[in-house]
Design a binder for this molecule. Sequence first.
Ligand code: NDP
Length: 328
Amino acid sequence: MFNALVVEKDEDGKTHAAVKELEIKDLPEGEVLVSVEYSTLNYKDGLCVGPGGGLVRNYPHVPGIDFAGTVEDSSDPRYKAGDKVVLTGWRVGEAHWGGYSQKARVKADWLVPLPNGLTTRQAMAVGTAGFTAMIAILALEDHGLTHEKGEVLVTGASGGVGSVATSILANCGYQVAGVTGRPETADYLRDLGASRIVDRADVAEVTKRPLESETWAGCIDAVGGPMLARVLGQMKYGGSVAAVGLAGGADLPAKVIPFLLRGVNLLGIDSVLYPTEKRKTAWERIASDLPMDKLETMIVPATLSDLPKLGADILQGQVRGRVVVDVN
Ligand code: NDP
């Protein structure tokens, strides 16, 4: 028997999440059985612990879109008992049972070996949010971002994606400006390496002018909506925006002018189906470029039973940094 956070749906369509005991035979099929050590909380987890947001297909459901742990049993030659592994993406925790559990059974293709230099706890402090921040930085660099080009804007800066993006960018020598709606997080963001704090209200709405002063060489956008539209008009010539999230809305009320007159690039970032061979590179770069002392300041520790409340909090934009869930 082992513990997992199980979400059930009642006849009225309401969901309820509670810690329950399960048996190994309850787990879905897969080649690798993992003894989970840590999971984490991402925005999507907030949806899947709560009403599902259209992501969860079947109930009862075990959420948790990422986890790190030790292989207990494997029928796939790539993994053997005792190997440390990490999983993010592949719709685990949405369409498949996920990491809010002391055991998980998954496809071998979905796992990556724990990168050298990281513990399972650190890997989950990074989690899907931090991994996504890293692949967004890689996309900006692939499109020509260098330190000399100027400041990089991070929106939703005190959230999970934003905190890790700020910390990695600053450690790599970039000048970082963080947009936040929570002025009380300014010291935290400065400590992560932000050299400028932008009040959310200053970029929250679109203006009539499609172009403003050329300010940002790059942007990692976790917010979407009118803020993304506004930022497009503030990009320097040839600059790129990595569109990561929709914490502020899924609409994009933008004009095409920044693309046509300033050669601005809008880069889509998806961490779920990101190719396996590129995942290893991204994790190696995380292990080398994310300062572990800064990562430690982002961590909010939690257990399985804390998740129903924390899931609601993250949907309200009330979680700072990265929640690390010790499932044991
Ligand atoms: P968090 O909730 O940790 O961070 C989001 C941050 O956005 C908040 O902390 C807050 O920052 C800001 N924010 C919240 N609500 C609003 C609002 N209404 N208007 C403007 N800003 C707001 O979430 P994550 O960092 O885990 O995820 C961020 C986004 O990225 C989510 O939409 C998520 O779904 C998406 N995502 C996408 C992935 C992909 O593969 N593309 C992978 C991972 C995440 P502050 O208080 O500092 O303003």
